[in-house]
Design a protein around this ligand. Structure first.
Ligand code: ARG
Ligand code: ASP
Length: 707
């Protein structure tokens, strides 16, 4: 009796505790509430997500299609990262008004600049719709049958949820289709650019510092959402008015100390928490190394060119940012997985799962089938990698693909459209072609020869042909193709008709591209690929379900899928390697330390130096009189979380999430609290730049501060 009582007492009074790992579903946050409060949170789960009252969720948006943003005023003012606003800032920049280089600050609503194509999505409510979506689904159905039933159900459910409203709805699978949630959204299409620091603040440290700690990037930009007079989404119109959000965030200037509670509220994109050992091995040891090598080749050539002159820097910087981002992350990911013996750890778990599953006919074959399917996937995946990272590495081959598409087009009006689009592309392509062709030709030749050396280029030349000869062949293809002669390509396109397709197909670049495609990704393997990935997905659905049955603790949070999530943890330094400890925050001192007028990434604005020299930090200094710039914490985040608000125990905004530390980038597959840290821009540096550096007090006056 006494024992039962004790057990009961423990059950009632003990708080379930969770690891630092986890991206939790806002609607189900009640389950984490006690744990969050025990870790320091002073607000309730309802303050974060509720459908009965305005809550923090109403201040969080999906910014564009892959970042997060948050409302910070009752007039629709929005904060996100500089790298999230980057392409819109770039598009609104010209050489005369180079906002990317020099920054931009609207002093009034009239000066704000519309951003064509930018949307902001607010979650109205979410709902567990598993039962409705799986209605009529039976175990004995084939995957295709199952998919059909689900697709029809989804159509019915979303239609009903949005009928008679201006909302849109999307249903997403969780745990590989064991559960479904519906998201009812409001999508705003009139979004305007309000402010951005110059690149040497917003992108300080550039790709050199990207994914790294200690970090000093002022990674923020400011936008405003506009709505119709009824406060509902409306396409751009001069008559639109600033949107009045149901809730906007209060900003705290108090900052954080090591071990303080923080949480991140945003839109993480993709994780693979439940990946099998084969999947982890495939990424870490098979595809990542090839992708990294091939990107190194491209980056060397681009960086070389960018260091030659400003025009080439402008030309390549956006491209390089995206190539380098994956390149660096994969290096950290592979290192991290191997340092943690990630594959072996997965195998150990799989052994336990199999022992359990041996007595369970439903799950017995799951892992053996996984293994078989991954063996097939592995070779296709490698070919895929070579196709994307080698064959398609140069502009030359990308353009060959465009030309091939034109040759394969038979509809006359489509031919006209594609031809004209390509003519337009060529008009700009040949500007500075002399310089560009040196870079692009080298990238083309080197990526192809890399592939040949690795044994994947059999279609280029026989095995016994030496590399010098292959290089020579490739060089000839480059020089002979119409694609590298402005005169010839324009002549070909000028009067192009369907009957001229033959000419295109005879071009050596187009021939090579077609050969590459047919050899690396023949129809048979494309078919196989789609079959295998479907089967793997079905197996994961069973695997994860089995894990839950085996022990509910095996399955905590569902993988990220670009839906709104909450991650929580503590501000914390870490030891990335022997003898080194990283402190949890950086200051303006570090910017001055890194300053180097000769290195593009480390140029410091004179105005910023002036403020540093006079120590004019105002209310943005910390208790020690320093100006904080960034901090790290144990929150579990991934791509898509960029721009997410980082909040303190009271739910006040203390920073903008923008990156992770390199040593912990394996967190999409394997989270380790000793290494995984998210990087946050301290809101005090962001406001200091807006206020003291830019003098945009009109924006500061709009904010709500708790002092
Ligand atoms: N690593 C960050 C993320 O994955 C920032 C990327 C943009 N910055 C850059 N220097 N490429 O989005
Ligand atoms: N920098 C990433 C983003 O843009 C965040 C991350 O991967 O940690 O979402």
């Amino acid at each position: 009796m006494k024992r039962i009582l004790i057990a009961l007492l423990i059950a009632v009074f003990s708080v379930p505790t969770f690891a630092d790992e986890g991206m939790w579903i806002p609607m189900l946050l009640k389950r984490n509430e006690a744990d969050m409060q025990q870790k320091g949170m002073k607000i309730s789960a309802d303050d974060i997500y509720s459908i009965n009252q305005a809550c923090l969720k109403d201040a969080i948006v999906l910014f564009g299609s892959g970042c997060t943003g948050e409302f910070v005023s009752d007039q629709g003012l929005l904060f996100t990262n500089h790298h999230c606003g980057y392409s819109f800032i770039a598009r609104n920049s010209t050489l005369e008004h180079n906002y990317l280089a020099n920054g931009f600050w609207a002093k009034s609503f009239e000066e704000e600049i519309p951003c064509v194509g930018l949307t902001v999505t607010r979650l109205v409510r979410m709902e567990d719709v598993t039962e409705q979506v799986l209605k009529g689904v039976e175990d004995k159905m084939s995957e295709a049958e199952r998919e059909n039933v689900i697709a029809a159900n989804i159509k019915t459910v979303t239609k009903k949820a949005t009928e008679g409203t201006h909302y849109s709805a999307i249903i997403k699978p969780f745990y590989y289709g064991n559960q479904y949630f519906m998201y009812v959204n409001e999508v705003f299409t009139d979004v305007r650019m309000v402010g951005t620091p110059p690149s040497n603040i917003g992108k300080f440290g550039g790709d050199t510092d990207n994914w790294m700690w200690p970090r000093h990037t002022g990674d923020f930009s400011v936008f405003r959402v506009y709505a119709g007079k009824d406060n509902k989404p409306a396409d751009y119109s001069a008559d639109n008015v600033p949107y009045k959000p149901l809730q906007h965030l209060t900003i705290s200037l108090k900052g954080v100390e090591e071990n303080d509670f923080t949480f991140v509220f945003g839109y993480p994109g993709t994780t693979n928490r439940y990946a099998t050992s084969q999947a982890v091995d495939l990424a870490a040891n098979v595809t990542n190394p090839v992708r990294i090598d091939l990107r190194t080749i491209r980056l060397n050539h681009y960086n070389n060119a960018m260091n030659q002159d400003a025009a080439q820097r402008l030309k390549y910087s956006s491209k390089v940012a995206s190539i380098a981002n994956g390149w660096k992350k994969w290096q950290g990911e592979s290192l991290g997985i191997n340092r943690l013996d990630g594959v072996e750890k997965k195998q150990e778990f799989e052994k336990r799962f199999q022992q359990w599953a041996n007595n369970n006919p439903m799950y017995k074959d799951v892992l053996p089938s996984m293994e078989k399917n991954y063996a097939i996937l592995k070779s296709i995946e490698l070919n895929n990698t070579y196709f994307n990272e080698a064959v398609r590495a140069s502009d030359f081959m990308g353009r060959a693909a465009t030309l091939l598409t034109l040759a394969n087009t038979t509809n006359d009006s489509l031919i006209e459209a594609r031809k004209n689009a390509f003519i337009k592309q060529n008009e700009t392509y040949f500007k500075d072609f002399d310089k560009h062709s040196i870079v692009d030709r080298a990238i083309f030749i080197e990526t192809f020869t890399y592939m040949c050396k690795a044994g994947f280029g059999g279609f280029v030349a026989n095995k016994d042909v030496d590399i010098a000869t292959i290089e020579e062949m490739l060089g000839k293809i480059y020089d002979k193709s119409v694609l590298t002669s402005e005169k010839n390509i324009m002549k070909l396109l000028a009067n192009y008709k369907a009957k001229d397709a033959k000419k295109i197909l005879k071009d050596p670049a187009v021939e090579l591209y077609q050969l590459a495609y047919e050899n690396l990704l023949p129809a048979s393997s494309r078919k196989e690929y789609s079959k295998v990935t479907k089967e793997i997905n079905r197996l994961y659905r069973l695997y994860v379900k089995g894990m839950m049955e085996m022990d509910a603790n095996n399955v905590s949070f569902p993988d990220a899928n670009l839906t709104l999530r909450v991650a929580y943890g503590h501000v914390k330094g870490f030891a990335p390697k022997d003898g080194v400890y990283y402190k949890p925050y950086t200051t303006l001192e570090g910017i001055i330390e890194k300053e180097n007028p000769d290195i593009y990434d480390y140029v410091v604005e004179p105005r910023l130096k002036e403020l540093y020299n006079t120590h004019d930090y105002g209310q943005y200094a910390n208790a020690k009189g320093e100006l904080p710039v960034a901090f790290i914490a144990t929150n579990h985040t991934t791509g898509g979380n960029s721009g997410s608000p980082v909040l303190n125990a009271n739910g006040e905004l203390i920073g903008l999430n923008f990156d992770r530390c390199w040593e912990g980038t394996m967190s999409d597959l394997l989270f380790d609290p000793n290494y995984c840290r998210n990087i946050t821009l301290d809101i005090r540096y962001c406001l200091f730049i807006i206020d003291k550096y830019a003098g945009a007090t009109n924006l500061i006056n709009e904010l709500t501060m708790s002092k």
